[in-house]
Design a protein around this ligand. Structure first.
Ligand SMILES: Cc1cc2nc3c(=O)[nH]c(=O)nc-3n(C[C@H](O)[C@H](O)[C@H](O)COP(=O)(O)OP(=O)(O)OC[C@H]3O[C@@H](n4cnc5c(N)ncnc54)[C@H](O)[C@@H]3O)c2cc1C
Length: 475
């Protein structure tokens, strides 16, 4: 057995998972079928929870150097409302960054931590047995590992070979997106865009450099969905929608995407797991897909590492599906709702006007923002105070900030009483006695993903919960 975990696909999800596993010395190999990054560039937005996770793992500084901070609000169905005041996060902004850059940074981080990554290696088959998984590559090579994770995107080979159902809706609205030079004068473009955006929010032309625009236009008339789009397709669609093709020429890149919405029925079958777009797809409205995948990786990483290292409680690995499947279900639903709100039909336009009014109520605005940014997630850990199952923000402690203590991906007992101990779990869980911690509870136990696993002040109760999440104590 050469590897503990093989990951198929080195997109953002696969790269993040590899790094999370390396925090626990898991021998990990990532197999990526492409040799080069994609020719097209998606500028993606990292939302608050993902930014927090980057801060928690010490990655935020290098990401901030390459990204642009933007206001956190106005992402739900592109309804133009600023974020509510006083969001409970030290990172209350959106971070715009090209997807190839974030993938490169995550990959670099994983390699620094000791992950092996092989490019130009497509997974084409696998077979699992009681002890592990044999993974087959396109060139016929076979590799053996204890677990396999499919992070191989929307058309996931791993998911298909597993035979896991992927129910949902097929793509109904295709969209063309590309960057290209434009011949028409700037003011003419601006006037036409603002007129058209009144009724069609799936159309946009935005400056992307000197004389270059990012063009987004519905692809309704483009028939061959399998073939890459051409400049001629863009010209035809622009003329159909705007009455002019704006003299577009010299494309930098051209791409297309759809709005298929699907969710894998199971995230785990034996020793094989799914994460990221391999497990869920939905339209890009609200900019949530990459965020969801990175958060899957942080949820799964420490659990799979615990399984490999032999200290995982029996049901820990299955909590990955139990916690993340409902989160994806909710994201799929909110994208369905947002797509309806983009429609130019009178009914959805009336609903959009009504929701725009409702968002003047701070609670409504806050609820939608917490959904999109994933800071509202509360995992179901059973009955308990509202904080149980939620992530803890980056609070001030006597030794600095909380997230600085979570870099190594270990559990943490934050103890305001100074009376408790992590005893036989100290090889997996850190203990900070800090009466000054800005906490609304005597003590909290944090999991390595920063979610609150226990609140209380009694040692016996704490020990039960340490066992529940971190297995048997070392004697
Ligand atoms: C126009 C657009 C805008 C978007 N904007 C945002 C945004 O603002 N915010 C956001 O969060 N999300 C956004 N998304 C979604 C985001 O791009 C995806 O959710 C994200 O790329 C998913 O990451 P992943 O790692 O799960 O999958 P992918 O990025 O698809 O990576 C999968 C990797 O697996 C590799 N692979 C595939 N098959 C195999 C195989 N058999 N063997 C080995 N390797 C394989 C692929 O080459 C690829 O590198 C947007 C999407 C679109 C289309």
């Amino acid at each position: 057995m050469h590897f503990d975990v093989i990951i198929a696909g080195c997109g953002p999800t696969g790269a993040m998972l590899a790094a999370e596993l390396r925090l626990h010395d898991v021998r990990v190999l990532v197999l990526e079928k492409e040799t080069e990054p994609p020719s097209y560039v998606r500028i993606v937005g990292l939302h608050i929870r993902s930014i927090e996770l980057m801060a928690m793992r010490g990655l935020l500084e290098r990401i901030l150097e390459r990204g642009r901070r933007r206001p956190a609000g106005a992402y739900f169905a592109a309804i133009d409302k600023p974020a509510p005041e006083g969001l409970d996060s030290a990172y209350a902004y959106l971070l715009g960054i090209p997807q190839p850059v974030i993938v490169h940074l995550l990959e670099e981080h994983a390699v620094e931590l000791g992950a092996q990554i092989r490019h130009g290696c497509a997974v084409v088959g696998f077979a699992q047995d009681d002890d592990g998984v044999t993974v087959e590559l396109a060139d016929g090579e076979r590799l053996r590992s204890r677990y396999l994770v499919g992070c191989d995107g929307a058309r996931s080979t791993v998911r298909k070979l597993l035979g896991v159902g992927f129910p949902g809706e097929p793509s109904r609205n295709e969209t063309l997106m590309g960057e290209m030079a434009v011949g028409a004068p700037q003011d003419e473009i601006a006037a036409k865009v603002s007129e058209l955006r009144e009724t069609d929010r799936r159309f946009s032309l935005a400056p992307a450099g000197v004389g270059v625009y990012r063009v987004v236009v519905p692809a309704a008339g483009v028939s061959d969905r399998g073939a890459p789009p051409t400049l001629e397709d863009f010209r035809r669609q622009l003329s159909a929608v705007a009455g002019t093709d704006f003299g577009v020429h010299s494309p930098r890149w051209l791409s297309r995407f759809g709005d298929a919405t699907r969710l894998a029925e199971r995230y785990r079958v034996g020793r094989v797991l799914l994460a990221g777009d391999a497990a869920h797809i939905h339209p890009p409205i609200g900019g949530q897909g990459l965020n969801l995948g990175v958060q899957d990786a942080v949820n799964l990483g420490w659990k799979l590492a615990a399984q490999v290292r032999g200290w995982a409680p029996e049901t820990l690995l299955d909590t990955y599906h139990a916690e993340r499947h409902p989160v994806a279900e909710d994201v799929l639903d909110n994208t369905r709702a947002q797509m309806e709100l983009l429609s130019a039909e009178p009914g959805p336009r009336a609903v959009r006007r009504l929701l725009t009014e409702l968002m003047d109520f701070e609670e409504v605005n806050r609820h939608l923002l917490e959904k999109i940014t994933a800071i509202g997630i509360r995992y179901d850990f059973g009955a308990g105070p509202d904080l149980l199952g939620r992530r803890l923000p980056d609070i001030d402690l006597k030794e600095g900030r909380l997230y600085g203590l979570l870099r190594r991906g270990r559990g943490l007992l934050l103890d305001r009483t100074g009376r408790l101990t992590v005893g036989g779990w100290s090889d997996r869980v850190d203990h900070l006695a800090d009466p000054t911690a800005a906490l609304d509870a005597p003590c909290v136990l944090l999991r390595p993903d920063g979610h609150v696993a226990w609140i209380g002040d009694e040692q016996r109760d704490l020990d039960d919960h340490l066992s529940r999440w971190f297995g048997r104590p070392t004697t």
